[in-house]
Design a protein around this ligand. Structure first.
Ligand code: ATP
Ligand code: MG
Length: 311
């Protein structure tokens, strides 16, 4: 079956922490899903435009971009590029995304702009992935509100756990505005290096704490994943036999399986929700979060994550 789900799934790849593999995951999962036959749109929501650059859309060609669409300056369709090699479509990001909080300040229902502009595309795609910026800005809140499910890359390190705490804050904001939040599709452990001291222990704690929200697949360090963007290729085009390609292919299978499972259980209340992650984050502030031995207590994690990540 080409489509993993009966209805279009809008899935932000999101974590307020920088450098955790959001862009790498968004690109290669988009490629994996499209190879599996799904119609995929990747929306670049990062003002750095990293996903767009990595897919061969230079800054000079990033207009119209997702910023133009969000600000109502271009029709949604005009911003979509068909990428022949990777096999999916891209709505590029651009530097103007950095102005989102200011540009949308006076706009009514500004938290729901993204949701509104993507709505007409729901007939055209099976999956819309979003590469989110590492912030708790209005853009991230828009992504959370537009979401049908979240994919959260997580670095198995003490600092990596910080990101999930401040993500809980964004999710809580969205829940306050919407009254509900989308479920977590999965937490993806990225850049997992078992040669690094403490990795095994942190992963055990993360898996224990977040249970089956954590994907079985883990993405290890692979220089091919780092090099592929320089050639404007996804990992499958760059080296299909690489470890990174095999791991992202496995992640794709898991994602498809979870989307199908969600479809089966659509209206069951037992599914885990992003609210659970928010609650976990809230619990983290009470000191029950997984943390490596010798690290400061979780309240310090929340304090460190809060102010620095909130702008
Ligand atoms: N599994 C991996 N193996 C090796 N390098 C990786 C891997 N995943 C990501 N990288 C590299 O690590 C860096 C950060 O990854 P990426 O850009 O995907 O993170 P990000 O979360 O999108 O960062 P930002 O928050 O800045 O947008 C990049 O140089 C990327 O090529
Ligand atoms: Mg990125």
């Amino acid at each position: 079956m080409a489509s993993p789900s009966d209805s279009t799934q809008v899935i932000p790849v999101i974590n307020n922490k920088g450098g955790v593999g959001k862009t790498t995951t968004a690109i290669n999962l988009a490629a994996g899903l499209s190879r599996a036959g799904a119609r995929v749109l990747l929306v670049d929501l990062d003002s750095q435009g990293s996903a767009s650059l990595a897919l061969g859309v230079p800054r000079s060609k990033q207009h119209p971009s997702s910023a133009d669409v969000l600000f109502g300056e271009a029709p949604t369709e005009a911003a979509i590029r068909q990428l022949d090699g990777p096999g999916f479509d891209l709505m590029p990001g651009s530097i103007e995304l950095a102005d989102t909080d200011v540009r949308l300040a006076q706009v009514q229902r500004r938290e729901r702009r993204l949701s509104a502009v993507l709505r007409p595309l729901r007939d055209e795609y099976d999956v819309m992935l979003m590469d989110c910026p590492p912030s708790t800005s209005l853009l991230a809140v828009n992504a959370v509100i537009a979401a049908d499910a979240f994919l959260i890359p997580l670095l198995p390190s003490y600092l990596g756990l910080e990101g999930i705490v401040s993500l809980g804050e964004v999710i809580s904001k969205a829940r306050d505005s919407l009254g509900y939040v989308a479920p977590v599709l999965g937490i993806l452990l990225t850049l997992v290096d078992y040669d690094k001291e403490g990795t095994e222990q942190i992963i055990a704690q993360v898996r224990d704490h977040y249970g089956d929200k954590v994907f079985d697949t883990e993405i290890g360090p692979d220089v091919n994943l780092e090099d592929a963007p320089g050639y404007e290729q996804t990992i499958f085009e760059f080296d299909e036999t690489s470890r990174g390609a095999r791991q992202y292919a496995r992640l794709t299978e898991e994602v498809i399986e979870r989307l199908r499972e969600r479809e089966r259980r659509k209206n069951e209340s037992s599914s885990s929700t992003a609210g659970d992650v928010a609650q976990s984050a809230e619990r983290d502030t009470n000191g029950t979060a997984p943390r490596p031995n010798g690290a400061p207590d979780a309240p310090d994690v929340a304090a460190a994550a809060g102010p620095s990540a909130s702008r």
